[in-house]
Every structure is written in C-alpha cells, then in structure tokens.
Design a protein around this ligand. Structure first.
Ligand code: ADP
Ligand code: MG
Length: 492
C-alpha cells in the first residue's frame, strides 16, 4: 500500500513525498479513502499512529475545488488543547505547501484581532478549541453554515476536558448536510453516544483494539517510598540508569508537582523544563519548541498539557505518578514508541498505587514487569526541594543566599553545562552535582538569625491569603451597632 493508491490529489502526494513519508500508517490507509468519498468516519487508533494526516490529507484534496467566503469557513477541526490545534495548523502548512489555502487558528491566549482578520478573509480551514470558537460565534464574528467537513480530533480527550456540551452545541450550529469525522485513541461510551447522535451511517475504522499499547514500548514499574522526595530520588536514578535516553517526558498528576519536579531536576543539573496548563500560551510554545529542537531533553508535563503532542522521537516516558485513569496511561506512554520506533515507559509506583496498576493491566491486557525489588519503604532523605536541605547544601558550597534571578541563572548554566558535558562525554563535575548530597546534621538552633530570616523569606513565597499584609479597613475599630427597634415589638 502506498499513498498514491489512496486517491489523493497530485499536490497532496507531492507534499507527502516532501515530508518524507514512505507509506501510509494503517489508520491512514483505511480512513483516507472514506474521508475522500465524503463519508462520515469514526476512526479509532492509538496515539502516535498518524491520525492527523488521516484527515488533513484528504481534506486538502477535497478543498482544491471551491473557494472560501468571508466569515464562513469551509471546514472546521476541533482540538482539545491549544498545542494540538497549533500542531494541526502546522500539518496544514507542511502537507498543504502546494496549496493556496487560508488556515485560521482560533485558540485561547492569542489576540482576537488577528484571528478575526483571517476569518474576514475567508478561511478554508478553521482549527479551533471549542471554547474560543464559541466565543467568536457568540460575538457574531463567524457563521458555521458553510462548513462542509467537520472534524472532532482526540475525541476522548475532549470528553476528559469536559467539552462534550460545547461540541453538542457546535454540532447544532453546523449545516445538516455535512461530513463529520471523529478521531480518537480510545472509544469510551460517551464518545460512542456522541457519534451515534451526530454521525450519519459512519464508516468505523478501528486499527488497534481500543486502549492497547504499542508493541514497540517496553513498560516497567519501579517501586518507591511514599514521599515526594523518595519519588524524586527514584526518578533521578531511573534517568541516570536509562539506556539510550535521548529525551523523555515525565508525567505528573498535579500541576504543582510538574513545577516542583522540573525545578528539582534542574537543580540536580538535568536539562529539564515544565509544561502545564497554568502557563501562558507563549511560554508553553517556547518550552515545547526547545524540547522539539533538543535544547531541552526532559519535559515534565501534566496530562492536559501533553495530550497528543506531536513530538516525533521521544525515547522515554516516565510516570512520576501513576495516572488515576487507566486510559491516561495509554495516552502517556503513547508519547514514546511512535510510528514503529522503540520506546521505554517507566512508572514510579508507591504501595498505594496497586489499584491503579491493576486497572492499567486490566485495560491494556499487559502485565508490567518491575525493575529491581518491590521495596516501598522510604529510603532517601528529603532532597533539595526541602528548604532546610537547600540551605545545608549551599552552606557546604560556601555560598551565600541568592536572589531568585541568580538562582534561575544558576539553573540555566547548570542545564547548559549538562548539555555540554553530555555532548563531550564528560560527566565528572556534573555527576557530583547531580548526586543528592549526604544529609549533614544541621540542627535548627545552630543557624544564625540572619540566615533563618533569609530562609523564612524564601520559604514563605507561597503566601496564604493576604500573608502578613492587613488591609487598613480591617484595622478600624468595630463599632457595635445599636439594636433596631423590632417591628413585631411595636405591633404588640
Ligand atoms: P496521532 O494523532 O495518531 O497521535 P500524529 O498524527 O500526531 O499521531 O502522528 C504521529 C507522528 O507520526 C508524527 O510525528 C507524524 O509526523 C508521524 N507520521 C504520521 N504519518 C506518518 C507516515 N505515514 N510515515 C511516517 N511518519 C508518520
Ligand atoms: Mg492526534
């Protein structure tokens, strides 16, 4: 099977050759002819199997006839996250390099004005996250009655993110005669019933059984003590011992932990960055770009931030936390072993995680082997994310307390050093830097007053409520109010 057997136009075929694809992936081979025939399609294939091209390539062929009208996009693709939407836009510019099509991207965190300009010109392809699309619609800037093809990509993620009501609303704004295409890595019942409602006689294209994991991924579990610093120490060991680690995504369940783990890795001289939902669009894109072009080699991320990201060659995935939903496990480890490459997925498990492991093994049908012994006891000392340990290590180096900027510069230079050292094969000083320092006994009372003040300043960065600041109105004396004569009394 080759791309030229699928009925795609010459322009599209030329772009596919230029992109370096030799043959279609199974989902592409099966879905493309149906999308080209303007049929409704329900496509299920695991993450990393090339679902994006399964709809973008035939859409490009179909768009070659006809023209866009102002504010009336001809096709609409919904994506659950901004990153995914931006990636699909990127796909259109790669595969559509021989076309002159207008592609508009409507995502949050970007100015409305630029988006409106594109809509006004007439968009052939509109790629949007549901919320921003409805914002534009409600402002009267957009008509959806000209949509010929409607794609809901990463449908199961849409469900996770609570977008189903938005999708239902959007479906009702579209013309009745249209083509509807759903793509998903898994097919939970909610997505199936959405499909039953909005797809007409769909062709179901299912490549792997839902929720299966790629055969090219080696999955492992590693036991850890229950504390965050236990897990951070295990993570460092796993990274250090990993073979042929080119780059890795480290998943955490909570945004807060994404930041902490990333900071801790950087402090230990690893080249790490964070990606989570609270970051603004620009910094998310910047982090992702650094990861893609290998300036960063460890990306600590939350599920939402990482779902479906097109990072072609991740060699390792680490689960800092086991996901509480087994399907997230499939998505996470699907970041490695993509398009037939070998990959490694290592999950850190505490004693309390047994139930999650059982659910994952039941869902995937795989039994995951353990690395080493299943020792869940707390073995390591609190690490550098513990302020007391921080101070000790700084004192050991003879350093003074540093400002945040200085610290962040340190981190950058550390990361840079790590890059350089790994490039030149020298690891001596950095190895020392990366090893957790032995816990020097540093009883609290020994500390000087000034150092404990510094430490408090640093520790209290996460201020609760208004912190020490008491607004003036709260300092005013409270005058007791005179009781009002009650009405019922006067009536008596
Ligand atoms: P999915 O949406 O199924 O998770 P993507 O569409 O993001 O997967 O594709 C995953 C990766 O595979 C991308 O890096 C993409 O460029 C690559 N890819 C897609 N189709 C092919 C193909 N036919 N041959 C080689 N690589 C491909
Ligand atoms: Mg995808």
């Amino acid at each position: 099977m080759t791309f030229s057997d699928l009925g795609l136009s010459e322009k599209v075929l030329a772009a596919v050759v230029a992109a370096g694809y030799e043959k279609p992936t199974p989902i592409q081979a099966q879905a493309i002819p149906h999308v080209l025939a303007r049929k409704d399609v329900l496509g299920v294939a695991q993450t990393g199997t090339g679902k994006t091209a399964s709809f973008t390539l035939p859409m490009l062929s179909l768009l070659e006839s006809g023209r866009a009208r102002a504010r009336m996009p001809r096709t609409l693709i919904l994506e659950p996250t901004r990153e995914l939407a931006a990636q699909v836009e990127q796909s259109f510019s790669v595969y559509g390099q021989n076309h002159r099509l207008t592609v508009a991207l409507l995502i949050g965190g970007v100015s409305f004005a630029d988006q409106l300009k594109k809509l006004d010109r007439g968009a052939d392809v509109l790629i949007a996250t549901p919320g921003r699309l409805l914002d534009h619609f409600d402002r009267g800037k957009l008509l959806l009655t000209g949509v010929e093809t409607f794609v809901v990509d990463e449908a199961d993620r849409m469900l996770d993110m609570g977008f189903i009501p938005d999708i239902e609303r959007i479906c009702k704004l579209l013309p009745f005669t249209r083509q509807t295409v759903f793509f998903s890595a898994t097919m939970p019942k909610e997505i199936q019933s959405l499909a039953d409602q909005f797809l007409h006689n769909p062709v179901k294209v299912e490549v792997a059984p839902p929720s299966s994991t790629a055969k090219t991924i080696t999955q492992k579990l590693v036991a850890s003590g229950p504390k965050p610093w236990d897990k951070r120490a295990v993570l460092r060991t796993m990274i250090e011992q990993a073979q042929e680690l080119k780059n890795a995504i480290i998943f955490c369940n909570r945004k807060r932990d994404v930041a902490t783990v990333s900071r801790s890795l950087s402090k230990h001289g690893f080249n790490a960055g964070a990606l989570h939902g609270d970051m603004d669009q620009t910094s998310r894109m910047a982090t992702l770009d650094s990861f893609k072009n290998s300036k960063l080699n460890l990306l600590v991320a939350s599920d939402v931030a990482a779902r479906g990201l097109d990072i072609p060659s991740v060699s390792h995935v680490f689960n800092f936390d086991l996901p509480t939903h087994a399907e997230d496990y499939v998505h996470r480890i699907g970041r490695t072993g993509r398009a037939g490459r070998e990959g490694v997925a290592i999950s850190i498990a505490t004693k309390a995680d047994r139930k999650y492991i059982d659910a994952i093994e039941k869902l995937t049908g795989d039994t995951i082997a353990w690395i080493g012994e299943m020792d869940f006891s707390s073995t390591s000392q609190e690490d550098d994310e513990n302020p007391a340990a921080n101070k000790r290590s700084r004192r050991a180096r003879g350093g003074r307390a540093k400002t945040d900027t200085a610290k962040s510069e340190d981190r950058q230079s550390n990361s840079k050093k790590k890059n350089e050292s790994s490039a030149s094969g020298q690891t001596d000083t950095q190895e020392v830097n990366r090893k957790p320092e032995p816990p020097a006994p540093a009883p609290r009372q020994e500390r000087s007053k000034s150092s404990s003040r510094r430490s408090r300043q640093r520790d209290d960065r996460q201020v609760i409520g208004m912190g020490d600041h008491v607004p003036a109105f709260l300092l005013q004396p409270i005058r007791p109010q005179k009781p009002k004569p009650s009405k019922s009394k006067s009536a008596d």
